[in-house]
Structures are given as C-alpha cells and as structure tokens.
Design a protein around this ligand. Structure first.
Ligand SMILES: [Cu+2]
Length: 704
C-alpha cells in the first residue's frame, strides 16, 4: 500500500512538472520559478509556493508561481511600496466536484487573518489569478458550493505561505548573547581613534550592541575644506548645436544644504552639472578639465558614442581630456565619472543630457535628478579612502535631493500636464516615486519611447535608470512628490513603511490655458518605435547567447555580520529598498566583500570575462541573480555604448518594448535582454550600485 501511494505521489509530481514545464515552453523557452529547479533559473523558493494538502486530503498537489506582472518596470509595487505578484496556480488531483456544481476557490490572507482576499476560482491545470499586494500572506484553496462565495465556507484543501513569511524574530536572547560573546572580536573592529563618526541609524530599527560597535576597516576620506573653494550655484542649461565645443571642469565646491555647509564636488561649479540639451544626430566636443585632487573622467551614460570617448579611462588630477560626443538616439542621458563613483558621484558629479524624442503633448517640462546624501550630525559621513564602505548594500543616504536641493518646489496651474524627465543618480537606492492624487503615465525610458504609453501609480527607478512620465495636476492644492517603499527589519522579520517627501507641487485654482485633458486621457502608441523594432522581433525568442550570474563572495567579515547575514538569507525581498542593516552595511568594505559577475560557461569572473559579439548581430543575454549568494539583492546592470530591450522577467514576457541601457535585476530573478550589438569597441558591463562596481562587479565585452 505504502509503495503504491509513493508511486502515485511520484506520478502526481511528474504531472505537475510536465504541466509547468509545458507552459514555459510555450513562452519562448524561458524558465519560470515553478519549473523544475535549474541552477540558472529564477529562485524557486522566493517566487514559487509549494502548496501543502490539508490534513485528510489525499492525492492533491499544487504550486503557486509569484509572477512579476509585465509592465514598464522589472519589479511591480503599489504606490505605497507593497510588492505586487500575479499568482499563477498549477494544480493536479483535485477531485471532480460532482453534480452539486461545487468548485474550488483560492484566497490570500494576511498571517493574522485580519484581511482576506478572494483571488478567484481554480481547477486542475494552470490558472492565473488576480494580483496579491500584501507584505506576507497565506495562500489557501477551499472547496466551495459556488464560485460566488465571498469568504471561505467549505473545506480547506491546500495551503501555503508566501516566502516573505519566513523571516521571524530569532531567539533574540541567544542571538545577542552570541553577538556580545565575541566582544573581543567586535572590539578588534572598533577604533575609537579611527576618525569615523557614527552614521545615522534610521528610527525604529533595532541594533545589537555588537553591531553598533562595528567600524569600517579603512581610513575615512572627505575632501578638505578651504576658504578658496567656490560656492556652487544651481545648474545652467547648455543648448548645444552640432559642432559646438563646451567645457566641463570638475572641481571642489562648497554647498549649503539645510543650513549645513559641505565641501563637495561639482562640474562648472554647479549642482547638478550643466543640463546639456542636444539635437538627435548632432555631435559636440567637450573639453574636460580635472581640477579634483584625484583622477576622474566623464562617462556619457547610455550614449552610443565612439569607444575612445566612453570615459572609462581615468584622467589624472590637473589634466585635461577632450571627448567627442555624438547623439545618434533620442533619450534621457546623464554623465558622471567612472572613477570611484561611490565618492565622486555621491559628492555631486553628475548632470543630465537630453536628446528629445517626439513625445505626446505637455504644458511644461521638468528635468529632475534624484539623489540621496548620507549626512550625520557633524557633516557628510566620510568615504572609505582606499576601498568603499557600505560594500554590501551600497550607501543609502538619509537626505533626499532633487537637482541637488532638498524640498523641491514647483507651481503649476490646474489641469497642467507636466513632462518629468527622471534620473536616479543615487549610489544604491531604488526609488518608488509618485504624486499621490495625480494621474501619471510612463512615456519613455533610457534611450527612447515605449511602444505604448502606460498608466502607472508610481515609478520604480533604480540607480542610473531614467523614465519620462506625464503627470496631470487636475485638482488645486499641494501634491507631494513622495518615495514610498516597504522596509524590512531583518532582525525582527517585520515590514514597515518608509515614506520620504522629495518635494511639493502647488496646483493653483486658475486653469491652465491650452488644456490637454483629451490628449492626456489617451494612451498614445509610438508607431515610430514599433516600426524601428521590426528588424529585432525575429530574435526575441532565440535561446540566450550568453548567461551571467550575479553573486557575492565575502571573507573576514565580523562575526556579528556573518550571523546577521545568515539570519537574513532565509528570505530576500525582490528589492532592498531601504538599507535596513545600516551598521553592518556601513562597516563592510571592499576588503571583505567582492561582488561577482560570473560566466557559468567558462567559470570566469569579473574582468577575466571577455565576451565577443559580431557587430550587427543582436545578442540575447540572460542575467541570473543568484539566490544562494550570502546576501541577495537587486542589481541595476548597465552596458556601455549599446542599447538593449528588456525581454522577460522570470520568464514573463515584456509586452511593451523600449530601448534601455540599464536594467534592474531583482533578487533571485532572471532577466533576459536583447542587446543591439551595433557599436564597435571594447565596452564595460557592470552593476551601477557604486559600491558594487567599486568592489569588482564589472566586466568587458567586445563588439568586433
Ligand atoms: Cu549590484
């Protein structure tokens, strides 16, 4: 009996595997999270729930894929930051419901059962249900008399829990005794005379004493203050014509933010750097003067220019370099150094570069560079002199800046449609920004418009990404620009809201002249983009040409950090939104942490990887964000000198294509892109989290 039951169970499992695998075959061969686990597939345990039969229920089995819904972003969240997943249920063995007309219904409930959502009717096979937007939830399937029930009345058949329910408070006493017990070792990392001030700790987070004692094992660095340093002024607009020559000088500046004066870096003594506006097809000459105490460069992020002018080569202090920059594509670009971005970009070296496309109508334009600066009571928190601090999660700031200033202000008339060009210039923070109460649509991204516009409640924008959105302010009064995300208190396994106001738009009661209500209400199709993508469509379903695994190596981390990371590794949110392990993160440096791009085909890592592509042959690349790594988190991957299309996330195809140069790869996820390998040269591919890049997460590829 036992033997035959085991065989029956094995057959069920096989049927389920065949079912899930069969589905993904139909979608271009990409692996989905509930497919049989493969080392280069999406994380099963972060994006697939194994359902467990209720006591007394036999022969029924099932899984729930947590699919990231397709859209303009590679993660989906609500405006207030809750993850949004589409549950896709695969079931076998549900008994026929008989003549009574009964059925099966799926539900999601918070762990405390204080909120219950009916997801829809299910049956044997594959069923896609309505989205779940809960931090953590139980998934239930009940047997019901009718599909119209509003709450479960019948017998529970299957149940499961979201992966996010896994973190729970450890035995804190045991843990803190463990942390304290290594006082000697923790003390080893503590240098009272080290010159490190305490970084601010976000309110509401619990810190262990051993964690509070951590210090980075590098010397602190901040630019020296000198009364001769000029006071920076807001950026100017540089409208350039074909053949123009402009100057950009990087140097020390003084900036006063919230009444505190800091010595920082600036281009042409401005914050951000000058806004360069160029026409598509034009070319300019940029004379760069490096007046910093260290080497620097200008990288023209996203621009398909000639290889020698890409700005990867360092320009020594007090030296000049002349870049020739051409603009073959419309897009929202930006420029920044490619030397110690964790210091230089954070200190203010960045500016936008706009090559306008033909967008739908708007009443005005605003070009916003979003950033977060890390400041303590005594000024900027220093940087690591020879190696970056914050090597694990990157340097999260605590002071939000829009175009270099806190408290962005804009006054508009009622009914105005504003086109915002958004760039995330922060070192590591992925933003989820919105204008609550105002309608917003996404129009374009890094290197061009989407095939069709899309309504969104918020914009998820990772470091180095850009989005163009149209927002209509149709009600008088103040409308804040907010970043709303969910933080995870890793020690207590608790999600909590993180809300920051970046600015306020004041909407007057006077109506705008030239009301765009009608054109705004329509989602426009960009037929030029669709037509331009035609030659690429036949490559969309091909197998990946190359795969890259994103992972992490650590050595010599303090005991308390190792313990915290083990605790943390039972669950990773798709995005680490808030840096909620601030002390352990701060104290980790490039000496202990090495972020890795690994080519599974050759075993090569980072700068030892040498991919070759033929010019004009589109290449499919697969990014696998390794779940098993010690600290899984998202990586915004940037390719220099080229453009690409984001094809799928965890096997879910993207239905609205646009040219991009930076893509956010969520933790444990697999993202496929189609690279338009059209610009010859030797180029870089790297993570754009400044501290990940500075701790190794980069490689080369050549387009012959
Ligand atoms: Cu990264």
């Amino acid at each position: 009996m036992v033997g035959s039951r085991r065989i029956a169970k094995a057959l069920e499992t096989l049927a389920l595997l065949a079912l899930t695998a069969g589905i993904s075959q139909a979608q271009g061969g990409a692996v989905r999270p509930c497919d049989p686990a493969t080392p280069l597939g999406p994380s099963h345990d972060l994006y697939c729930i194994e359902l467990v039969p209720a006591p007394g229920v036999a022969g029924v089995s099932g899984r729930v894929e947590l699919a990231i819904p397709p859209g303009p972003f590679t993660v989906a969240v609500t405006a207030d930051g809750h993850s949004r997943f589409i549950p896709v249920v695969f079931l076998t063995g549900l008994p026929a419901t008989g003549r009574g007309g009964g059925t099966y219904v799926a539900w999601a409930a918070t762990p405390q059962m204080d909120s219950l959502i009916k997801l829809g009717e299910v049956k044997n096979g594959r069923v896609e249900l309505r989205a779940i937007e809960l931090d953590r939830f139980n998934f239930l399937i009940s047997s019901e008399r009718s599909a119209r029930v509003r709450e479960p009345h019948g017998r529970m058949i299957l149940r499961g829990q979201s992966p996010s329910t896994r973190p729970f408070p450890p035995d804190l006493l045991e843990f803190s005794v463990g942390g304290m017990g290594t006082g000697g070792e923790a003390g080893h990392h503590e240098h009272e005379s080290s010159g490190w001030p305490m970084p601010p700790v976000p309110p509401g987070l619990t810190m262990l004493p051993a964690e509070m004692a951590l210090r980075p094992e590098v010397a602190p660095y901040l630019p020296g203050s000198d009364s001769a340093v000029p006071v920076a002024r807001p950026r100017e607009v540089l409208r350039v014509a074909n053949g123009d020559t402009i100057q950009l000088a990087a140097g020390l500046v003084r900036r006063t933010i919230n009444g505190q004066t800091y010595t920082m870096y600036g281009y042409n003594e401005q914050y951000p750097g000058p806004l360069i506006e160029a026409a598509r097809g034009s070319e300019i000459v940029v004379r760069f003067k490096n007046q910093l105490p260290d080497s620097s460069s200008i990288h023209w992020h996203g621009i398909r220019l000639d290889n020698p002018f890409d700005g990867v080569a360092a320009v020594a202090a007090d030296h000049d370099f002349t870049y020739r920059v051409r603009f073959p594509d419309a897009g929202v670009y930006w420029y920044h150094p490619h030397v110690r971005e964790d210091i230089q970009q954070e200190l203010g070296l960045y500016g936008n570069l706009l090559v306008r496309a033909e967008y739908g109508p708007a009443n005005r334009e605003e070009v916003l560079m979003l950033d977060d600066l890390l400041v303590g009571e005594s000024g900027l928190i220093p940087f690591g002199k020879d190696s970056p601090t914050h090597a694990l999660m990157g340097r999260f700031g605590n002071l939000f800046l829009v175009n270099g200033e806190p408290g962005y202000r804009l006054a508009v008339r009622r009914g105005e449609v504003v086109r915002f060009f958004l760039t995330n210039a922060s070192s590591t923070r992925t933003l989820n920004v919105s204008f609550p109460g105002a309608h917003m649509k996404v129009v374009a991204t890094d290197a061009g418009p989407f095939e069709h516009e899309a309504w969104v409640e918020s914009v998820v924008i990772a470091p180095a990404e850009r989005y163009v959105v149209h927002v209509r302010f149709d009600r008088p009064g103040p409308v804040p620009l907010v970043n709303q995300v969910r933080g995870l208190d890793h020690l207590f396994g608790r999600f909590f809201p993180l809300v920051d106001t970046l600015g306020v738009v004041s909407v007057s009661s006077d109506p705008v002249s030239g009301d765009l209500r009608t054109s705004f209400a329509t989602l426009r199709r960009d037929t030029a983009t669709t037509r331009a993508l035609e030659p690429y469509r036949r490559f969309l379903d091909k197998a990946p040409d190359q795969t890259l695994v994103l992972t992490l190596q650590t050595h010599g981390l303090p005991f308390v950090t190792e313990r915290l990371m083990q605790l943390d590794s039972i669950y990773f949110a798709p995005v680490e939104w808030g840096g909620t392990m601030p002390m352990m993160n701060w104290a980790s440096t490039g000496r202990q942490v090495r972020w890795v791009l690994k080519d599974p085909a050759t075993g090569r890592e980072n700068m030892d990887i040498a991919w070759h592509f033929r010019r004009g042959d589109p290449v499919k690349l697969r990014f696998v964000n390794e779940r098993r790594s010690f600290h899984g988190m998202q990586h915004p991957i940037h390719l220099h000198g080229q453009r690409f299309l984001v094809l799928s996330v965890n096997g879910v195809p993207n239905e609205d294509l646009a040219w991009k140069d930076t893509v956010l790869v969520p933790a444990g996820a697999v993202v496929d892109i189609l690279l338009d390998a059209a610009n010859p040269g030797e180029w870089m591919l790297h993570c754009h989290i400044a501290e990940h890049l500075s701790t190794g997460m980069m490689m080369h590829f050549t387009v012959d």
